[in-house]
Design a protein around this ligand. Structure first.
Ligand code: NAP
Length: 323
């Protein structure tokens, strides 16, 4: 009886989600946020979905196997300093996604005034806690905290973000490592569109440790000829015009324009920029979509892949800890 009641409840819950999703999509279309005519929006949304779904399914299948181990499955710990509202939402999405696939996640919040010592001690405690498989410190940190000290304090085998110098070194040497989630998501999208990247010319715009540099390593591993550009690059437009693949991770709204992109290039937009017209990427979507073979929308392109890759990295850390 209880089982039937539970089942009916679940069906009703599922139905209500479908109804809510429909209403939201209708509103987005009505207000021209989603354009049903735009094949790029749908191609990439579909691709993001196809790519993230198998991960989630794999994780769902993997979790029951943990039942035989007498430990709480995986705790994905997110240490957070909430600086901006959109960051809050981003972190909430990470936590929600982890919970949705059955990963136990815990968010540890500190005020902006937290002492560096407190954070480092917490990381040490989590490092030695065998029930914790992955640790993520949400950046940016308040100014008085040394980011590098915090990153280096994390046990490299629990570093789900792949920022620890040991993981950075392993990635650039071509060894197994945790790979930062955003570039890993971009890489998987590119590989899905173009499985053989050998000999392709790629231009990475931005050289941050978070995005540009690991992205370059991933593309090099695939035998691309990679040009990494930055704020001192002389003629960025000319560099981009040569590229079969462009990854823009700059933080300047709509920097990459339509006439910067050659026909049938693959363009990945990592940027998330708040403007008076809402959130936009580093690529001018309407202009570039006329030339590109594939272009990720903002929001909805790279973002969901980043979260899926965070879950993948957490599972990988857990698996490595079991060997
Ligand atoms: P970052 O650390 O601020 O680095 C920006 C890079 O862009 C730097 O290397 C900078 O060059 C370069 N740059 C600045 N102006 C330039 C110009 N005019 N031409 C060429 N290069 C220029 O940024 P980030 O952390 O990589 O983030 C980049 C964007 O991605 C931001 O909008 C961020 O919000 C977004 N993001 C998205 C996700 C996601 O999941 N989708 C995740 C992380 C970040 P220099 O080195 O010479 O200063």
């Amino acid at each position: 009886m209880i089982a039937i009641f539970y089942l009916v409840l679940q069906i009703l819950k599922l139905y209500s989600y479908v109804v809510i999703a429909n209403v939201i999509v209708s509103w987005l279309i009505a207000f021209n946020v989603l354009n049903t005519q735009n094949r790029f929006v749908y191609a990439i949304l579909e691709l993001s979905y196809k790519l993230t779904e198998p991960f989630l399914n794999k994780i769902r299948r993997f979790l029951p196997n943990l039942g035989s181990l007498d430990i709480s499955p995986i705790i994905l710990l997110l240490l957070i300093w909430f600086i901006e509202m959109c960051m809050k939402l981003y972190v909430r999405n990470k936590e929600k996604s982890a919970n949705e696939v059955g990963l136990k996640s815990e968010v540890i919040k500190y005020p902006d005034t937290v002492e560096e010592k407190t954070v480092l001690e917490k990381i040490q405690e989590l490092n030695s806690d065998e029930t914790v498989s992955g640790i993520l410190v949400q950046l940016p940190l308040p100014k008085h905290i040394d980011k590098q000290k915090v990153i280096e304090a994390i046990d490299p085998s629990k570093d789900v973000d792949g920022f620890h110098p040991m993981n950075v070194g392993n990635l650039s040497s071509g060894y197994e490592s945790s790979v930062p989630c955003t570039p890993l998501g971009c890489y998987l999208l590119i590989k899905k569109i173009e499985p053989n990247l050998s000999g392709k010319k790629a231009v990475v715009v931005g050289r941050s440790n978070l995005n540009g540099k690991p992205m370059t390593q991933l593309l090099l591993k695939e035998n691309c000829t990679v040009t990494i550009t930055h704020s001192k690059t002389k003629d960025l437009k000319a560099e981009c015009l040569e590229a079969d693949i462009i990854v823009a991770a700059v933080g300047i709204p709509e920097l990459v324009r339509g006439d910067w992109v050659k026909k049938d290039a693959i363009v990945i937009d990592v940027g998330i920029n708040k403007t008076d017209n809402g959130i936009v990427g580093d690529v001018h979507f309407d202009e570039v979509s006329k030339n590109a073979k594939a272009l990720t929308p903002v929001p909805g392109g790279v973002g969901p892949m980043t979260i899926a890759c965070l879950l993948k990295n957490t599972i990988d850390c857990f698996k490595r800890s079991q060997i």
